[in-house]
Design a protein around this ligand. Structure first.
Ligand code: MN
Length: 706
């Protein structure tokens, strides 16, 4: 039976004594944390983490991985927090445990095959440290080995997930031993009848084959000796799941598959491999087109070997794999083999991520010399050092986004319309800002509102090209049509001052104007007016030169004011010197390229425009003006601990957003807080002011007026 003492003895063969002690300490901690919990089999729960650590010890993983294995269910099952583990066992171990817990929490619900692949990528992307994956694989392996005691339904679910997710992940990492065990255990649990039948058939055919297998083995061994090559020959059986897959995918009969005799030859050097290839081709006739050189061109996960198929005596096909000892170890253990390998050769143990990177680098070199690095990069590098994140939609589909993506990027990835109308979002069911950076494994849902528009400020934080160009495109269109509409209104007002109106202008007059001024279209003229690049008054005079033009000072002052409907127009902006609010008396001027800028009518900055009837327009609020407007407050307060937090709370309690808050110390007793907030109206502002005045430390509040 496995005990902590026997494990400690095993790991002391390759770990330092104090590292072994730390592993033991993690075990005792887990034992206490899981005290009273039992597995379904009736054993104390701690036997499971101990077994997981033992699997990793067989791979010679480092002490931190083993500690994480001991503790891997502590956060999930005992409610101990990550911070507590960090204090006890350090940052690295706590990080690993937390990473494994997060992987465990994600429910994999496979709707489509392609989701499975995304899920594999998501798992790898979530584990920034590859050891998280190794611990999780060991955890899953032990669970699969002890699957029998579970309910049928749970057994099937776990088996399916293992076949679809964890077996391929171990394959990507080159860990063939684990992959095969995952596949056979998963197959057994998911299709017990089929598995039993194939197992029985294999057993039966083995009896008939033994003699022939021995004969071929002897023949090959003898041929090696003749050539003075030192090597080992093994007869090889296919594992159950691969037989099943061959029957399914290649539609071969069982007899057909079992007809093949498979051997592996392990040698000392690459040179020997190619020599032995010649030897066996000399011994039996090779099947044309079946030779594969995975030594020169390794598989994406680093697998290297020579494969060939021969015609044996009586025409039986013989599959032969030829490789070195080192390649054989890589083929079995993948990235984990590299672990061992490097720690033997280097005096200084490097960090785990460093080793994973080294593994990738070595593979990359293998691939580059072989010339198929693209497939490799697709399969391995991206998985280990992802530039992508993977998040769930509310329906459980997985979307791939560039790393650093925000909910707005997500919304545009779902659909352009969703992006254009999104107003808020939930990340893992909590309301979060649209600018928050998403993490792999997040579930994101977007809240849209009909008529909502993209906010130009989104361009400051979106990452994906799709979101960026869609927002730009929308704003450009929007700006274009708003400019034209505003230009039309301004021109109409100018025309009214010379006793005409926009509707009275004929098509011919427009065409003449366009020609005279070398313009592309009259819409373009209107756009120019709206953006403040052209004066409406000049255009009006040019259109109707025959009308007697009143002198400027005689201009009728009763012209209808421009009406402000909402806060969101792109061509109407609100001055940041005086922050006008609905209800304030206002004035406005046309600003080149920016359209119209609205000020409070007593703002100093309006003074320079006063009397300039070309640039200065009457303006008024609509009765039903909507949207949020910025307003600036100066709040005089006594210096007390926590007073700014109290201010912020009172403000947000009134459903106002704080854009900016800065504190200026006047003297030891008094400070002034400059606060920029969003309000919908003067009434809204009054409510906020009333609340702020209830704070004892607040001595005076003024609204800034430039
Ligand atoms: Mn577990």
């Amino acid at each position: 039976m496995l005990t902590i003492e026997s494990l400690a003895e095993k790991v002391s063969a390759y770990l330092e004594p104090d590292q072994t002690n730390q592993v033991k300490r993690a075990y005792y901690y887990a034992q206490q944390a899981h005290d009273g919990q039992v597995r379904r089999s009736g054993e104390p729960y701690v036997t499971h983490p101990l077994a997981v650590a033992n699997i990793l010890a067989d791979m010679h993983l480092d002490h931190q991985s083993l500690m994480a294995a001991m503790l891997h269910d502590v956060i999930e099952d005992t409610g101990i927090e990550k911070a507590a583990l960090e204090e006890q066992f350090g940052e690295a171990v706590a990080y690993l445990v937390d990473g494994v817990s997060k992987l465990t929490q994600i429910e994999f619900s496979s709707r489509a095959e392609k989701q499975a692949e995304n899920f594999q990528k998501m798992a790898l992307a979530m584990a920034k440290d590859i050891r998280v994956i190794l611990v999780k694989l060991a955890d899953r392996l032990h669970n699969m080995r002890t699957l029998g005691v579970l309910h049928a339904e749970k057994r099937r679910r776990i088996a399916k997930e293992t076949l679809e997710i964890y077996a391929p992940i171990s394959n990507r990492l080159g860990m063939n031993n684990i992959r095969i065990e995952f596949e056979d255990l998963g197959f057994d649990a998911l299709y017990p009848m089929r598995s039993r039948r194939i197992r029985a058939a294999v057993k039966k055919s083995r009896g008939n084959r033994t003699e022939l297998v021995e004969k071929i083995k002897l023949a090959i061994s003898y041929a090696l000796k003749e050539e003075h090559i030192d090597g080992k020959v093994f007869g090889r059986e296919k594992h159950l799941y691969s037989i099943y897959q061959k029957m399914q995918v290649k539609r071969k009969s069982f007899a057909n598959i079992m007809d093949v005799y498979a051997f592996r030859i392990i040698l000392k050097s690459v040179d020997d491999c190619y020599r032995v290839l010649g030897v066996v081709h000399n011994l039996y006739k090779p099947v044309a087109g079946q030779f594969k050189d995975y030594i020169a061109v390794p598989k994406a996960n680093g697998y290297q070997s020579l494969h060939t198929i021969l015609f044996g005596m009586h025409g039986v096909p013989i599959e032969v794999q030829i490789r070195t000892e080192e390649m054989d170890e890589m083929a079995d253990k993948g990235i984990a083999a590299h672990w061992l390998y490097k720690s033997k050769n280097e005096n200084e143990p490097t960090g785990s991520q460093e080793r994973a990177r080294q593994w990738v680098k070595d593979l990359l070199e293998l691939q580059q010399s072989a010339g198929n690095s693209i497939e490799f990069i697709e399969n391995v590098k991206i998985d280990l050092f992802p530039d992508e994140i993977y998040v769930f939609t509310p329906k459980g589909n997985i979307l791939e986004l560039p790393s650093g993506a925000t909910p707005v990027d997500f919304a545009y990835a779902v659909h352009t319309d969703v992006g254009n109308t999104c107003v808020a979002c939930r990340i893992n069911r909590r309301l979060r800002p649209l600018s928050e950076t998403l993490q792999s494994g997040n579930t994101v849902s977007i809240i849209t509102a009909p008529g909502a528009q993209p906010n130009p400020a989104w361009l400051n934080f979106v990452i994906s090209g799709k979101a960026r160009s869609a927002i730009r495109h929308y704003l450009k269109n929007q700006r274009h049509s708003e400019s034209i509409a505003l230009g039309k209104r301004l021109l109409n007002k100018a025309l009214m001052s010379i006793n005409s109106k926009y509707e009275d202008i004929t098509e011919q007059q427009k065409i003449t104007f366009v020609k005279d001024n070398n313009e592309s279209s009259f819409d373009h003229v209107l756009e120019d007016i709206g953006q403040g690049n052209r004066l409406a008054y000049t255009v009006a005079k040019h259109l109707l030169p025959e009308l007697s033009v009143p002198q400027k000072e005689e201009q009728p002052n009763n012209q209808a004011p421009l009406i402000i409907e909402n806060a969101d127009g792109l061509m109407i902006s609100f001055a940041k010197c005086c922050y006008p609010l609905p209800g304030d008396p206002i004035a406005c001027h046309v600003s080149t390229g920016r359209g119209i800028v609205v000020h409070r009518d007593n703002c100093k900055n309006m003074a320079e425009f006063q009397g300039d009837h070309d640039k200065c327009l009457p303006v008024n609020w609509s009765q039903e003006v909507t949207g949020e407007f910025l307003v600036e407050l100066h709040i005089e307060l006594e210096n007390r601990r926590g007073v700014v937090a109290m201010l912020a709370t009172k403000i947000t309690d009134q459903h106002s957003n704080i854009e900016k808050i800065s504190l200026e110390e006047r003297d030891a007793k008094i400070s002034i807080a400059h606060v920029l907030i969003h309000v919908t109206s003067r009434i809204h502002l009054a409510n906020i002011l009333r609340r702020l005045k209830t704070i004892k430390a607040v001595t005076k509040i003024t609204r800034s007026k430039n």
